[in-house]
Design a protein around this ligand. Sequence first.
Ligand code: SF4
Ligand code: SF4
Length: 404
Amino acid sequence: MIGVSLKKKKEMSMQCFESYLQPEDVYLPITREDKILVKTGDLVKEGDILGRSMKYDLPIRSSISGRVQISSDASYIHIQNNGEEITYTKKKEKKNYTKEEILSLLKEAGICGMGGAGFPTYIKYSTKEKINTLIVNAVACEPYITSDYVCILKHTNMILDTISILMQTFAIKECVIAIKAKSPLLKEALLTRASAYKKIKVSEVPNLYPMGWERALVRYLKHTDYKNLPIEKGIVVNNVSTIYAIAEAIFYQKPLLDRIVTFSGENMKKPCNVKVKIGTKISTILEKIGVCSKSTLILGGPMMGRELDLEQDVILPSTTSVLALPSKEIEESPCIRCGKCTENCPSKISPILIRENKENEEVLKHLNPEACIACGICSYICPAKILVKEAVQEAKDRMRGRKK
Ligand code: SF4
Ligand code: SF4
């Protein structure tokens, strides 16, 4: 099994939970292709539809109430908060749902993958294929990130009930909730309650990175592989925070307006998980938590994340974490041809060969940089401290651009 063992560093953020649900402003990214239904000066309420993303036909909803301003370059909708909060109360539970009802609910609530991919959930379930297995991904295999763990611990019953509704509606035969081995808190919370649900199993997966990668999970849990999507093998994979967003849509008719995000790292003054509105500027949350000087700020995990843009970056449904790590000078040395990057690449490509040929499209055609999942193992494992992942990403972008 390909994978590396990383220090978990999870305990740092598990002790503290905060909510920051009334930001002064939110900034909701839009594109020129989106259909915008509001104009500057309009007053909107929390949850109102501001437009539709044309790429996936998903609603763009306001995460707070307030006054609209559309940016001059039409790249975001700014809402200035007027403090009018909406309270979502639990609705009377239905016994049965039709597939069409759940699909419409997933779509209109704007549910998308919250593990990092951001793919619309209604599309995963709008399949003509038979779904035999639902894998709920609660692995969070990158160090520091605990937002999924906190979500499970806080909402175990709602998560299990929602899985049960999805299984019943789509006639799914089995569900496997995947957690990392040696997560006693999660194991206890889930096992105690999942025993009441006959077709839901909790499985521990090895403590290796990138075990939370969809393909690795399917290989490990179902001993199979697929070409493009797990549904080819009758499998749907949902992140556990996505399941919780579905739960809120089903039980509270609440669209996806907020999420739990981990703020952690050795240079975060008060590491914690924060419930925060979509569209909140990350810099405003960092001001509250406090960051030590000489920090490198990362959006996402230490392996797959990228440098945070303090001016621009806002919380998105796919934002799992923000890290403040001590800044380090990294000095690259020449490649010693040890082959470790290739041996350990989960996508089975050759990062060093791609790096050496990153401008040669003819050679790149045979090296398949498009298969890179940006896991960062090649850079992490390289004894020469070469930023191999970054070079592979450049090659990937080059080949993708070529196909457009
Ligand atoms: S080439 Fe891509 S997939 Fe392979 S190890 Fe490097 S970052 Fe991961
Ligand atoms: S791991 Fe680093 S030193 Fe080893 S072959 Fe890859 S790039 Fe070269």
